[in-house]
Design a binder for this molecule. Sequence first.
Ligand SMILES: [Ca+2]
Ligand SMILES: [Ca+2]
Length: 614
Amino acid sequence: MQIFREKIEIFVIFWANGLHIRKKNSIFVSFLGVIGSQIKQIKQIAKKHTIQNQIIPIMKKVLSMFVVLLMSTMMWGASSSVPENAPDVMLQAFYWDSYPSNSSNLGYGNTGWSALLNQADELGEYFDLVWLPPCSQSSGGTGYIPKQYSNLNSDWGSETQLRELISKLKAKNTRCVADIVVNHITGNYGWCSFATMDFGDYGVFNPDASWICQTDEMNYETSAGTCQGKATGANDDGYGDEANYTAARDWDHKNSQVQAMCRAYLKWLKNDVGFDGWRYDYGKGFHHSHINDYNSAAGAYMSVVEYWDGNPGVIRSRLEDAQWNNMAFDFGTKYDAINNGICSFNYGKCKGAGMLGAGLSKHAVTFVDNHDTFQRNNSEFGGQGNSMLSNFKDRLLQANAYILSMPGIPCVFYPHWVTYKSEIKAMIEARHLVGVHSQSEVKDEYAEEGGYQVTVVGSKGYLILQLGNKVGGSFDGFTKKASGNGYAMWIMTNTPVEHTYTVAGNSADVFGTAWAPSFEANDMIKQDDGSYRWEKSDLVLKAGTIELKVCEDHGWDVSYPAENYQLKIDAAGTYTITITFNAETKAISATATKTADADPGDEPGDDPQPAEKD
Ligand SMILES: [Ca+2]
Ligand SMILES: [Ca+2]
């Protein structure tokens, strides 16, 4: 048994090392910790029990470990759809019914593909992500009741226009986010005849009623006619009363064909159409383990779900369901900090709100309003509904300043953008200049009913946001980048530390003194292109090798290169020596240019001193 135990241990350690060699990153390092604890467990089991009693359980244990290890390895093989320290600012580039043929458009203009294409240069300049409305052929209008995923002609425009829009934004380094409606589908005609989903190289799918949940209304609505009873899929695995969407047919996501179709759909959207992320519509309708499945298959830059719940604890559970391979719209921040806080004269609620306050900022997409809250529910934004843009300009801008200062990925709403472009542009610039990102640290928060102030740490500096009665004063080193009634955004960018670079070498003839990093006469001069240069002429030298280094800040602690740089002097003569140094790449180059041959009467100086310094 002793031998058997050792074999297990050796095998597990071997496995762990193999993985470690394969990919050395933090996930695998933490994974090694898990393996370590499993080795301990095996040791404990073997110690506790006799040989006869333990051979089978230990083997079972090893086998189950195998399964866990294999599954884990497969998971890690897939890429995450949650960007690290994301500096992105997103635009929701539509609102309810803003498609071109709807003439009312609430006064903010239509957001069809062609209208957005005309704005692409400006959008690309300010936004890193642009969320487009559902782009598949649907029952019409905004498009949340899809018919045929693979058909990209919709009320928003044609497939050609959509592809052109995506390429144009991509050329501006802006990623497009698709709005994907995978909870449900509607019949191509009738209740149970569905369109073919043709994703080309990614697969062709012919769904039928057996792909629909048996809990769907198709089975009990009398208007379903002959389709009634034909939905034979599993029970809907969504959440609570809203798992089944009664206005369309709910896919059975436990069906392997439905799963294959969804994976193909997303791979096609990403690799063929050009989207770099997606927003899952109706996230209450299906279990979020499927989100992890589909995201792992397609590997987009980012993925976010609409799960309409203001409780960050509930959102945390959904993120766990998706194995953390997802983000979520932060309804908690929307309700607590924005509606009940900024819009309701209580800035005290700006502190610790929603997903941001719950430590979930890496997975949060924050917003002030969206297509649903904005038009459909007049109680949103503190009860002002659609009139808020004009009547509540100050508070609306304060709310935008809040999301654009805080961590998470902020999502600006199109009607806000077009109404207050110059103000929002200044806010986005402030965020980008100091590199506030999805996981930025929030500190020095002061929140009370009348005002709020916070410092947010960016990758390139600091941002201070003031709201309400906190607005005012000044901060050492900070400049006010964006401001209006009741808000101010101050920024301080980290200025790169200027170093001194000095040449030191083994030849006193060349350097005045040998190996002297603090000898200011040998300080290099910074050039317009940012490089450093040192030059000395009329040096009478004999053949040999000059060794040198470039030293940072007059000391040996930091010096380049690691081994001394060697400059060969081929023949005696008079030389000009030029040394350049690139502080970014640490590359050194030195040249010795002969300006006169050696005069036989010349008396060259001392031999270079052999001592090497490092
Ligand atoms: Ca349904
Ligand atoms: Ca469902």
